[in-house]
Design a protein around this ligand. Sequence first.
Ligand code: ADP
Ligand code: MG
Length: 617
Amino acid sequence: MSETLEFKAEVRQVLDIVINSLYTDKEVFVRELISNASDALEKLRHAQITEKEVFDDHLTLEINLNTDDKAHTLTFQDFGIGMNRDELVDNLGTIAHSGSKAFLEALKENATSKENLIGQFGVGFYSSFMAANKVEVYSRSFQKDGKGFLWTSEGAGNYTVEEVEGLRRGTKVVVHLKEECKEFATQERVKQIIKQYSSFVQFPINVNGERVNTVEAIWLRNKSDIKEEEYTEFYKFQANAFDEPLLRMHFNADAPIVINALIFIPKENPERFGLGKVEPAVALHCKKVMIDAQPNGLLPEWMRFLKGVVDSADLPLNISRETMQDSVLVQKLNSLLTKRLIKLLENTAKKDPEKYETFWQQFGIFIKEGIHLDYGNRDKLGKLLRFESSYTEPGKLTSLPEYVSRMPESQENICYLFGQNRAAIESGPFLEAFQARNMEVLYLFEEADEIILRDLGKFEEKKILSGDSDEVKLDKIEDSSDVESLDEKDTESLCTWIQEKLDKKVSSVDASDRLIGSPACIMNADKFMTANMRRMMQAMNQDGKDALQELPPVKFEINPGHPLIRNLNDLRTGNENLAILILEQIFDNSLATSNLLEDPREMVERSYQILEKVSQD
Ligand code: ADP
Ligand code: MG
């Protein structure tokens, strides 16, 4: 008896794209089905270790392809884990895995070509419909008392499932080829595809009974015997990629643990579409046998963008996925791999800065995440950060070690300023004090950057400080300009007057030692939440109990040498009302340049009042 079921909407979407708009690289479906067979065998091997009983336990773990150039069919058969009825429906009728979902999202973004995306996200099984007008899947689960089923579809809206007698364990996929795709029913073509895409499969592959691959673990081979192309091919196979990797590390060690690792950094950040975290993709093996394709705990979270294989002969074969993270050995592997990766990145930055910059553009965000969450490696990761600075050209980057090497002996702190962009920082009130003293300032354009620099705290014993912090020590510079400045007495009484007028808004009012072209500034703004952050907090707090958190009193500094401040001092005796308006305006402007001004409406209104008064005179 056969039942007819409908594909879920997302599957229909994927199928529609696969069938109607992907014309090149149709052959990847061979790779996808072989990779599924290999996964199924891998899972079975694991089940043989962990389960008591396995159906058809004697069958060999290999993948058999058969071509029939008369019937135009290509058949894939494995004695792997198999699927029961519900698994057939779940795995082939819905998109349970994130790969294809991400594919759909990425297509909407339309960033890369569709062909490229298939590889990156693994449309997997559905790719068979690029070449087929009908696909049949016979499957029998490894579980002792199961039954066999046949799943059939022509790729349109639905599929059928029926029970079938007499199946052996595993899965057989019969691809009925479209007329224009009948080349895939010839032995030579199929062999050629396997050579190209699947030479690293860890199980024997036979085409019409003839063995076509040599099962070998490239990561166990001697580095000097491996050709560049072999590495690239392995990467493409392992990471399901179409392009070359950006960077690679291959190393073997015998002490303190036996480890062989072959790890790649891809060219592009797979999280760039904002689809959330990718799964770990460095597979864990023990003497060539895969233990876990996506092991948790083998690498720190922030290293999840890596692809490849780690093989350790010291691992127990039957280590369970649940306890893996607690295993001392896995922890040792973790710290060793982290060290190696950081070293690789440091060396790349030294020897090939351009390549490192490509890495930084794509993956810098992971380094920042590492600094925030992985304290153990915080300082080492700090060296990998890159920023623009007052010493770099726009768009060019520098590092903390470079910054420190340029620091004059008298400079005690590493200083940064935060702003929307370069122009905003350079026109703000704080930079000039540093420029006057030839001190370099790092430019931060993202709030996250400020957070991680605060996490770091120090670099090479130099405290990292925001440029508006009163902790920053600035040496006196000779006042060479002949600007008139308020004398000490006037300054003092002006400060007292300002304190009185601004009242609760300020904690102190002082003459500044750092302002040159600006009349005033707010100090230590980095200690407060920016207006943006406070608005976000308020929005998240929906019961509205806590209105916008008030800004605590701020430390306000004025520039007694600035004409506006000098005039203000005169004005407060002549026309105090106007003087107060102008003072409030200067204060709000200072808040705005420090990203602390919440509501500009009041300030705009006030500026009209001032303009009105000025235009009357
Ligand atoms: P992926 O391999 O990325 O999970 P696919 O679309 O290739 O996605 O396959 C979907 C699912 O169908 C697999 O996750 C697996 O559960 C199941 N599947 C496919 N082929 C086989 C097979 N030969 N044996 C057992 N299960 C399979
Ligand atoms: Mg697959």
